[in-house]
Design a protein around this ligand. Structure first.
Ligand SMILES: [Zn+2]
Length: 415
């Protein structure tokens, strides 16, 4: 083990750039984000990279290949966090990439392509009602009105970006020419318990799940809890309870499909009143869009049948629909080979959470390497990885870089 302890020390050090240290809160375009960006710029330069801040506030470091100006393989993740975050979500992927380049630089190694490490600033989407601002700018897919988004203090993203040192009018210039980019590879903690349960330190991501969300309203008849006989009730909350179980059943019916009711509410919400209305949410995710859509259609039919049988009215509004982003088969294969050369069984798994790689998929071949995290816990100060796993992540990434061969975009993404 060589780089693990230094990487872990760096991650600890980096976590001090926080609005509420010793807790970690680092929102997009805040003073602490700028301090972290400055630290990252310094570490990139120390690792032999030319580094700058782009117009969207992304920290960009470039390590030239055997000759200057070659197309680049992009690495990295995000350096913004949620409130009261863990140290590893996002930050691990950026600092592991810097550590891999530092190792190349230390040995004077140049590869037949350039490497760029990107530290995106807005993956979590906590401060402004937009997300993936940095990665979408690089991919050339940023919405023109993103700069008009305001935080809860009324500050516009464009104004915060200008103060940060970015360029709200220059977001279009950040978009990369696909011909100059070989791909994007993101190292990230798993944020789930699968690798830990399989006793594997690393995993190869197959796709970032697509998602469908719905807002469901069930309307029945409110009444006195003491006087309305059971047989005469049209209780929307009892109907919703049956529907929640149907959602759970739908999620369990297909491998890799997950279905969740995260919020439920009854009105009027009194101990002695049969509710008149119940509202709840559905979140469905899968790496396969066809199976997600089929499951959603089947589920909506089931809910309609429950409503009809119980004599309650049902209204279902779609609130979100995003397709899955598929990892490139050629990059997955090369990551799998690097994992196998490290003596680890290559395990493939979908990502249930969103990532910057999702945005980069619009630009170039994309892949992700997951690192085991304790208990699958993330977005929490208890987020934790081992020094051995951190070391392995850099070792495998470095080995992948040394063996990397460009893949044709046409090979993927899979249908
Ligand atoms: Zn993340």
């Amino acid at each position: 083990m060589t780089v693990g302890p230094a990487l872990m020390a760096r991650l600890d050090d980096f976590a001090r750039h926080s609005a509420d240290w010793p807790a970690l809160t680092r929102l997009y375009l805040t003073r602490e984000h700028r301090a972290a960006a400055d630290q990252l710029l310094a570490w990139m330069r120390e690792a032999g990279m030319a580094a700058h801040l782009d117009a969207a506030g992304t920290v960009v470091g470039r390590y030239e290949g055997t000759t200057p100006g070659l197309p680049a393989l992009l690495l990295g993740s995000h350096i913004d966090t949620v409130r009261n975050a863990g140290k590893y979500d996002g930050n691990l992927g950026v600092l592991a990439a810097v550590a891999a380049v530092a190792e190349l630089n230390r040995r004077g190694e140049r590869l037949p392509y350039a490497i760029e490490v990107l530290g995106f600033g807005d993956e979590e989407g906590v401060r402004f009602p937009v997300t993936l601002t940095g990665s979408r700018a690089v991919a050339g897919t940023i919405a023109p009105d993103a700069v008009a988004a305001r935080d809860r203090d009324g500050i516009a993203l464009g104004d915060a970006l200008a103060e940060f040192g970015g360029d709200p009018d220059g977001l279009g210039t950040v978009a990369r020419d696909p011909a100059a980019v070989l791909g994007f590879v993101e190292v990230h903690i798993e944020q789930g318990p699968v690798l830990e349960s399989r006793r594997l330190p690393l995993g190869i991501v197959t796709a970032i799940n697509g998602a469908s969300r719905y807002a469901v309203t069930v309307t029945g008849q409110a009444g006195h809890a003491g006087t309305v006989p059971m047989a005469l009730r049209h209780d929307p909350l009892a109907a919703a309870a049956e529907m929640v179980l149907a959602v759970e059943t739908a999620g369990g019916a297909e491998p890799d499909l997950v279905a969740t009711v995260g919020r439920i509410e009854a009105k009027p919400g009194a101990v002695n009143v049969v509710p008149g209305q119940a509202t709840f949410t559905i979140d469905l995710r899968s790496p396969r869009d066809d199976s997600r859509k089929a499951a959603a259609a089947g589920l909506l039919d089931t809910l309609a049948a429950i409503a009809a049988r119980r004599g309650v009215a049902l209204d279902i509004q779609p609130t979100h629909d995003a397709p899955a982003a598929h990892c490139h088969p050629g990059l997955m294969r090369q990551l799998g080979q690097a994992v196998a050369r490290a003596g680890i069984i290559p395990h493939h798994l979908p990502s249930g959470a969103g990532h910057d790689a999702m945005a980069l998929a619009a630009l170039c071949p994309m892949a992700m390497l997951f690192v085991r995290c304790a208990g699958g816990v993330s977005h929490n100060p208890a987020e934790s990885i081992t020094v051995e796993d951190a070391d392995l992540a850099v070792t495998v990434l470095l080995d992948f870089l040394r063996h990397f061969e460009p893949v044709p975009l046409a090979e993927g993404p899979r249908p």
